[in-house]
Design a protein around this ligand. Structure first.
Ligand SMILES: *Cc1c(COP(=O)(O)O)cnc(C)c1O
Length: 396
């Protein structure tokens, strides 16, 4: 082990083939909105097992377009977990909606469906508009169960699957349900930030099986402008044509954004996607080794564990002296990370009225959690070194 090498918690993996594909894109006629976007969307949809995919500039933009497409407006109440990246909640605020946090299950670290039910039962039907579950750390939320509840209360679901491309759960008929496959959620989103499974630099994807939402998203992604003549509302004459709309004509029909991905980022995404299964396998091997190394250690209070369908964006352990361990690892060039500081304790959300004590499981989890290095190019000896340093911290 070279002690000067820094081991981060997550890291992209760029191959010569990836570089070649990006260069090809740069030398082509298109830098943005060329053929590689649609190709990446189709490949991604196939990988996930959904009907439609819309590539966007990042995961946060994906979330924003989802809340716009579902028509979130001033005062709409939407439920999400406090243990997530802030964007999962912020997208509701972008549209003026109200974020209602609901606590996690201490075993799975996922939003607790029983607690959501209690929340829904405590108010008249129609109080809440939607739920944003997060496949946190790569563990799939059981959307079959959540969908039952959502149907009963007439709620939409946006699945934040940023951590879980390739993740899945097994439904009650024994069928594998991939994260983001659109069978239960109305919309799902992914991020291609370098620490996530597939890197585009910046990038995101929305997946769905709903054609109407798909078409809305395409328009919202690009300023709300459409070039489809069959939906134009201005007259041909006003547009400047005679028998038909002129070739240049387009209409801005709704307020959209520029959330487009570039063609060369899509080229990188497509190339990375080819190695997604290989990366997932490596992540599962790393998880299994961590699990076996810690299962008999009494100072490990909890861990991500070995779970079928887990995509292992993160491998989390819970320990008593978390600050001590974090600093000890850092002193040894191991940059572990904390996921996440509970959203409801962020000053922005505290200002809106959330406070310490509101989400006891999440707060308890936050006191102990630490995410260990987890990425496909992590070498065996590097993982051994991480484990040895954890043993050393607690045992000497
Ligand atoms: C990374 C991430 C996002 C946001 O993705 P960006 O591409 O960084 O905007 C949203 N939700 C979760 C859970 C994430 O991990």
């Amino acid at each position: 082990m070279n002690n000067n090498v820094v081991i981060p918690y997550g890291k992209q993996n760029i191959t010569q083939e990836d570089i070649k594909k990006v260069i090809e894109a740069l030398q082509s006629d298109y830098l943005t909105q060329g053929p590689r976007i649609l190709q990446f969307e189709q490949e991604f949809a196939k990988y996930i097992g959904c009907e439609y995919a819309v590539a966007v500039s990042n995961g946060t933009a994906a979330l924003h377009l989802c809340t716009l497409a579902l028509g979130v407006k001033e005062g709409d109440k939407v439920i999400t977990t406090p243990i997530t990246f802030a964007a999962s909640a912020n997208c509701v605020r972008y549209c003026g909606g109200e974020v209602v946090f609901s606590d996690i299950d201490s075993e799975t670290y996922l939003i607790d469906i029983e607690k959501i039910k209690s929340l829904l039962d405590a108010s008249p039907k129609g109080t809440y508009k939607g739920i944003i579950p997060v496949d946190f750390a790569g563990r799939a939320v059981n959307l079959e169960e959540l969908k039952k509840l959502a149907k009963e209360y007439d709620l939409w679901i946006i699945e934040d699957a940023c951590h879980a491309p390739g993740g899945y759960f097994i439904d009650k008929n024994g069928i594998q349900q991939n994260c983001g496959n659109g069978n239960f959620a109305d919309l799902a989103i992914f991020s291609f930030h370098p620490v996530k499974h597939i890197a585009c630099g910046e990038g995101g994807m929305i997946t769905t099986n709903n054609r109407a939402l798909y078409e809305k998203l395409l328009v919202l992604r690009s300023h709300g402008i459409t070039k489809q003549s069959d939906v134009f509302t201005n007259s041909i004459e006003l547009a400047g044509g005679r028998e038909e709309y002129p070739g240049w004509y387009m209409e801005m029909q709704t307020l959209g954004f520029n959330y487009r991905l570039t063609d060369f980022q899509a080229a990188l995404g497509s190339s990375q996607l080819k190695r997604a299964d290989q990366g997932l396998l490596k992540r599962r091997q790393i998880a299994s080794k961590y699990y076996n190394s810690f299962i008999e250690k009494e100072y490990i209070l909890g861990q991500s564990g070995v779970v079928e369908g887990h995509a292992y964006h993160l491998y989390i352990i819970e320990v008593e002296n978390r600050l001590g361990l974090y600093n000890y690892l850092k002193d040894h060039n191991i940059y572990a990370q904390i996921h996440y500081i509970p959203c409801h304790l962020m000053p922005y959300y505290k200002e809106i009225g959330w406070k310490e004590g509101d989400m006891s499981n999440s707060e308890q989890y936050y006191r102990h959690c630490i995410s260990l290095p987890m990425f496909p190019s992590l070498k065996d000896e590097e993982q051994d070194y991480v484990i040895a340093k954890i043993y050393e911290f607690f045992e000497s």
